[in-house]
Every structure is written in structure tokens, then in C-alpha cells.
Write a protein that binds this ligand. Structure first.
Ligand code: ADP
Ligand code: SF4
Length: 688
């Protein structure tokens, strides 16, 4: 197939100063949890995007001096020649596939704490670290510090050129970069030539940009990543005022404008809060003010909106971070007329949690991400089958669907048996929660792809399997993907041994009951000892259904773990907005007919909350009865010719949807492969 000519415009080359991008697909800088600690993993992940057709592929933010670093985050570094050698590997890997290599030099200013170098962070004014609660304060830079900062940035630019980068960014975005600290009236309280008036506050940004342009001297392109709006109203930069003034002042200086909103929570807002193109109101004005190419993001996942972004003249490049993680081959798929094969990002921000947890990022839609180097997983290629074996996959949730799909692509004969009429398992339930409709893509992408493999993958709906029917089904391998169910007894993190007294009463429900259509009596207490999205999402749903809802959680905030996905603040703000009563720092100690007893986790003593029903969101139990019924009957398995029975997904250990997808994918990759050693992947050992 070839591409639809309508999309030709997306494949036009674009000049960025002295270099030419082969098309308009641009992977903007994004972190990945690998960085300088796992450079080969990072490079291999980026190289997939270059191979997938992206014209520009950038590193994440790249610290250029120990005076401004991102520890404990494992960000890329260009501190000295040793780093140049490492980053040359990065640029070689990316450029081998015809992409331009970009990097985003940064000093995190007063945002972070220099935990590795132990240097006191730099800022325009004395200030506590702004991105963390680390007990660290930045010092106010004097004029010598500013001169020294500019010198070290110039030297870093030379190192970036030496390392082979085609595009070097000056960074003034996300409220985590020193030039933005200086620009911000909130952060800059200076009274010298670098503080006070707009001209003074923008001085450092202008100087650093001029230094960079002068230093590269036309050898490579210079980009400016600039946050036009902080979404803080008059408390911050707004696009109508100083955002616009910066563009006007610096319009011709950089070769490329990369514009977005600040901070990261807003820039990478999840699909719960924003939809495609959500940044356009704040950046659309830029193209009219500059002659240089403009790139912007907005979680553009569909070729149609990408096309519209360009044809409406909003930007010259389609900037993507998350869409390029979910599908590194978007450009190639558009090029080849395979739009239906695009694995669209669902906006769940599980990728973001990798950065916060300092581990290789995971993706709900793309199980191969982070595994490109250490396990050799390619997002679009998979080994042909290792035998003429056949596999029965039991359960068509995310684990079973991904498993059947990947096995089918390998060429195995696969049966996918699902108890219900609908495929998708928990995804089909959870995508009905407020704001989570895009999550259905996990199911829909796989269901559609499996249909295309109908010659090898047979789907059996309404087929609840028992040990007997599995034994009779005639497959050589069995993958049990039967998922999990929420506990009703309250056992979880706070109640570890004994159930919550009264939890066996009929007015105590679980999320499974709600998804099955049970309407709890109002008022309802939702007890959240799970701490991710389920508790708060159910609260929002039930409140939306007109019930009076009280959220009780032992954590200090609602949906505590959602912080890792940049969602906690938005989730709790939503609950406050809709008038939900939130009782934090309290554990559920007893359930009675007309209410519950709760006790403060800091010893505040017990009190009661009146309610007519309770929903327990504490932990889940794997549905593993079928697995054990088969595993515990080895003679019957042998008689039936079944060589292996395995569990995948939530049936092993209930967790993220991303983990279930990954688990199903792993099973498919490893079938008939040599047994992995004790450490089933390559490691990047620092000391060898
Ligand atoms: P995971 O996240 O691991 O994929 P889910 O709970 O989303 O798990 O999906 C499990 C799926 O397995 C559900 O669609 C469920 O209906 C199905 N299932 C559970 N038990 C059986 C069974 N015995 N036979 C067939 N399908 C089953
Ligand atoms: Fe998109 Fe979620 Fe994958 Fe991130 S983890 S790229 S938000 S699908």
C-alpha cells in the first residue's frame, strides 16, 4: 500500500537553519527513565523512532554541568568528553536511520536539588527547590555566576556539536530551567540588570540564545523550547502578555521554535483532563509572529489531526512525545497507507511514571518500549514461530488480547476463549469511567489486529473455560489470562491480616459490583486503600450519577500514586469541585448498617461517618482457580497432549493494564525460545 496523497504535506521536507528534516514528524525531547544510567537502552528506544520515520528525534533534557543536574532522575548528561563519547553512540544510532538528532541542554536552576553533585543549585533569587520538597535552597547568582553559567553553556554547546547533534535546544519551559526562573516574576526578585522589568528578566534567555547561535556558527541548528503560558493567569507568564513579548523579541534568533504550555502537568496532561490539540489556544499565535519553523505538541495521535495541524497553519512540525512512544512507527504507517495499524496513545501517563520512579518507562499500548536493547524487542518485528505448536489463550482482557495478537503474528495457531460476549476484560469496564474513554483503544487496536489474523487466531466469545473444556480443546500450550477481582473484605495495605469487621454485609460492594450494574445506596463511602485511579474514578462516577459520596483513604491525599502519572492534583481538584467529601489519613475500622467507623492513621481516635453503602477499593485477588486445576493434574495434561500451562497478566499478579499487556507480550515472545537465564535481560553494567 502507499500513502493517501492527502497526507503528502506531512512528508514535505522542512529546513531548520542549516539542516533539513526529511518530513514533518518531530519527536520532541521527552524523558524515559533510562538516560545516562542506561545509555544503550535509551539509544535503542530512540532509534526505533528514527527507523519508524520520525524526521527529528531528540534526547530528553540534557544536563550540561554539575551545577544544574536532575538527580535522582537518570537524565542524559553532557558534562565533559566522557559524556561526549556516550552521546556519540546515541547520535550515531539515531542518525543511522536518517533522522536528525536533537538535544535539549538544561540547567534545572532552582527546580531541583543537585543531589548527586552536592552543588548548591543556582537561581535568580534565593529560593527553596521548587519541583520537590527536598530541604535544599538555591542561591541567588551574582554577576560572576551568570558569566560562568554562560561560559559553561557555550562549552556544552561545543560538546553537543562534537557529539554529533544536528539540533541544539536552549530550554525555557516547564518551570524547571534556569532561564525560565529568570524570566518568571514569581521566581526573580532581583533588582539588578537581570531582574525587575521584562527586558531585564528576559536578558539571560536572550544572552544564552545569542551565545548558542554564535557558538554553533551555522554548523548545526539552534532551537528554543519556550513555554508561552503557565496556565496560572496573572500569577504567571501568559501567552497574551509576556509569552507574546518573548516571541516578538527573539523571533529571528533561533532556527526553530518549540512552543508549549508550562508546567509538565499541563504539557503532558493525561486524556482524563485534555484531548488532542489541547495546547493550541496557547500556541497558535506563534506562527504568525515568526518566520522560523514551529513545532508544538498536544498528544496528536490521529493522522487526521496531524494533517489539520499543518494545513491550518498552526505549526510546521507535528511534535509528539507520547504518541511516538505508543507507536514509534506512526510516520511509516501513514507513509505505507496503514492508518488502521497505528497504535494510538491512550493518554494514561504510565510512561511518565518511569521518569518519576527512575526506571525504564513502560507504555500501556507499546509493551516493547524500554525493552529494545535489553531484551531485543522491536515494536514491529517478532520472530516467526519456533514450532508448529498451538496455544489456547483463556481470557480476552489486555493480557490475553496482546498474547493472542503477538502469537498470531509469530504464526502460531491460536484459540482465544473469552467467557463474555465482549472482549477487553477490565479495559471494557474501566473505559466507562469518567475521562477514561480513550482507554478503550487498548482493546480496539488489538481486537482489530486479531481480526486481520483470522487465519491463525480463532476467537471464541461466550466461552467460559473449565479444566475439562481446556483439556478437550486440543491445543499444545495454554496461557491463562483470567484476570482478577476486587476483594470485598478490605484486605489491602492497611488491613493485612483480618477482614474489616462488617465487610461481609450485603451493602458492602466492590468495583466489580459497580461495573456489573449494582447501584449503591446513597450516601456511599468509597474506601480507597489502592491509591491509584480506581477509587477516585468511582467516586467521580457515583457522584456524577447523583449519589452523595464520601471518599475515605489512609493516604494523605486522594489517589496518592496518581502523582507519578501527573494526575493527582487534577483528580483531587475535580473531586473538590464536584463537592465530594474527602476524608484523608483515615482507615476504615468497622462497617455497620447505618455507617462506618474510621480512625485517624496518626492516632486521632475513632469517629463514625453515616452512610447507606460502602465500596471497597483495596486490593484484588487473581482468578487462578483454572490455572491450579490444570497445573495440579499433570497426568491429565499429558494425556491431553498439553505441554505447558502458564498464567499471564492479572491472573498472576493484579497490577497495571500496562503490566498485563507486557505480560501477554512476553509470553508470546518467549514461547519456544531458549530458556532465559536467571537474569532474563541484558544489563548496562557501569563497572566491567
Ligand atoms: P488482564 O488484565 O490480566 O488481561 P482482565 O481481568 O482484564 O485481565 O481480563 C480477564 C478476562 O478473562 C475477562 O474478560 C474475563 O471475562 C475472562 N475470563 C475469566 N475467566 C475465564 C474463563 N474461565 N474462561 C474464559 N474467559 C475467562
Ligand atoms: Fe500513551 Fe499511556 Fe503509552 Fe504513555 S503509557 S505513551 S500515555 S499509552
Amino acid at each position: 500500500m502507499t500513502r493517501d496523497p492527502r497526507f503528502d504535506v506531512l512528508f514535505e521536507p522542512v529546513q531548520i537553519g542549516p539542516v533539513t528534516a526529511r518530513n514533518r514528524f518531530f519527536q520532541v525531547p521527552h524523558c524515559c527513565g533510562m538516560g545516562h544510567l542506561m545509555p544503550q537502552s535509551d539509544a535503542a528506544m530512540r532509534s526505533m523512532k528514527a527507523e519508524g520515520g520520525w524526521a527529528v528525534v531528540c534526547t530528553e533534557q540534557c544536563s550540561f554541568s554539575p551545577l544544574g543536574e536532575a538527580a535522582p532522575y537518570p537524565e542524559t548528561k553532557l558534562w565533559d568528553q566522557d559524556d561526549v563519547i556516550r552521546m556519540r553512540h546515541w547520535t550515531d544510532t539515531v542518525k543511522a536511520h536518517g533522522a536528525l538528532a536533537g538535544t535539549e541542554l538544561i540547567n534545572n536552576g532552582s527546580a531541583l536539588s543537585n543531589l548527586y553533585s552536592r552543588e548548591i543549585p543556582l537561581g535568580p533569587s534565593a529560593s527553596p527547590a521548587t519541583y520537590t520538597y527536598d530541604p535544599v535552597q538555591a542561591r541567588a547568582m551574582d554577576l560572576d555566576d551568570i558569566r560562568e553559567f554562560r561560559r559553561s553553556h557555550r562549552d556544552a554547546v561545543l560538546r553537543a556539536v562534537d557529539a554529533g547533534f544536528d539540533l541544539i535546544y536552549v530550554y525555557c519551559a516547564h518551570d524547571i530551567a534556569l532561564p525560565m526562573d529568570f524570566l518568571s516574576p514569581r521566581r526573580n526578585r532581583r533588582t539588578d540588570a537581570y531582574g525587575g522589568s521584562f527586558e531585564n528578566r528576559v536578558r539571560l534567555l536572550r544572552e544564552v540564545l545569542e551565545d548558542t547561535v554564535e557558538t554553533v556558527n551555522g554548523s548545526v541548528a539552534v532551537g528554543l523550547r519556550f513555554a508561552t503560558d503557565e496556565l496560572l493567569g496573572s500569577d504567571g507568564i501568559t501567552w497574551e502578555d509576556e509569552g507574546c513579548k518573548v516571541i516578538e523579541l527573539l523571533a529571528d534568533l533561533p532556527d526553530l521554535w518549540d512552543v508549549n504550555v508550562s508546567d509538565w502537568i499541563h504539557d503532558s496532561a493525561s486524556s482524563r483532563f485534555t484531548s488532542e490539540g489541547h495546547q493550541e489556544p496557547y500556541i497558535a499565535f506563534v506562527k504568525g509572529m515568526v518566520k522560523k519553523p514551529v513545532v508544538c505538541v498536544g498528544r496528536y495521535t490521529s493522522p487526521e489531526t496531524m494533517l489539520s495541524l499543518i494545513t491550518r497553519g498552526v505549526a510546521d512540525f507535528v511534535g509528539c512525545a507520547r504518541p511516538s512512544i505508543a507507536d514509534p512507527f506512526i510516520p511509516r504507517k501513514i507513509e505505507e497507507g496503514r492508518l488502521d495499524d497505528i497504535r494510538e496513545c491512550i493518554g494514561c501517563n504510565i510512561c511518565v511514571t518511569g521518569q518519576h520512579l527512575k526506571t525504564p518507562m513502560r507504555c500501556t499500548q507499546n509493551p516493547t518500549v524500554g525493552e529494545e536493547w535489553r531484551r531485543g524487542w522491536h515494536p514491529e518485528e517478532i520472530d516467526p514461530r519456533g514450532s508448529d505448536s498451538s496455544v489456547l489463550v483463556v481470557g480476552a482482557g489486555p493480557a490475553g488480547l496482546e498474547c493472542a495478537l503477538a502469537l498470531g503474528r509469530r504464526g502460531y495457531r491460536v484459540g482465544l476463549a473469552e467467557a463474555t460476549r465482549e472482549l477487553g476484560g477490565r479495559v471494557s469496564d474501566e473505559c466507562t469511567l469518567p475521562g477514561l474513554s480513550e482507554w478503550a483503544r487498548v482493546r480496539d487496536y488489538r481486537t482489530y489486529q486479531i481480526e486481520k489474523l483470522h487465519e491463525v487466531v480463532e476467537v471464541f466469545r461466550e466461552s467460559e473455560m473449565t479444566a475439562e473444556t481446556v483439556l478437550e480443546a486440543g491445543y499444545r500450550h495454554v496461557a491463562i489470562a483470567t484476570g482478577s477481582r476486587w476483594r470485598k473484605d478490605g484486605i489491602g495495605r492497611w488491613h493485612t491480616a483480618a477482614p474489616v469487621p462488617g465487610s461481609d454485609a450485603p451493602h458492602v460492594l466492590t468495583p466489580n459490583d459497580i461495573f456489573a450494574g449494582t447501584v449503591p445506596a446513597s450516601p456511599v463511602v468509597v474506601f480507597d486503600d489502592d491509591h491509584f485511579y480506581m477509587g477516585a474514578s468511582l467516586v467521580e462516577k457515583l457522584a456524577g450519577d447523583g449519589l452523595e459520596v464520601i471518599l475515605v483513604t489512609p493516604a494523605a491525599v486522594a489517589a496518592a500514586w496518581a502523582e507519578e502519572a501527573l494526575e493527582q492534583h487534577g483528580i483531587q481538584s475535580n473531586l473538590v469541585k464536584i463537592g465530594v467529601r474527602i476524608v484523608t489519613g483515615h482507615n476504615l475500622t468497622r462497617i455497620d448498617a447505618g455507617g462506618v467507623q474510621v480512625a485517624g492513621v496518626y492516632g486521632e481516635g475513632e469517629r463514625s461517618i453515616e452512610c447507606a453503602s460502602v465500596v471497597m477499593v483495596t486490593s484484588r485477588l487473581p482468578n487462578d482457580a483454572l490455572y491450579y486445576a490444570l497445573k495440579d493434574a499433570p497426568d491429565r495434561l499429558a494425556d491431553a497432549g498439553i505441554q505447558s500451562v502458564s498464567r499471564i497478566g492479572d491472573a498472576v499478579g493484579p497490577g497495571l493494564i500496562a503490566a498485563a499487556v507486557w505480560s501477554g507480550h512476553r509470553f508470546a515472545r518467549e514461547l519456544d525460545a531458549p530458556p532465559p537465564g536467571d537474569v532474563p535481560f541484558k544489563r548496562e553494567l557501569v563497572f566491567v
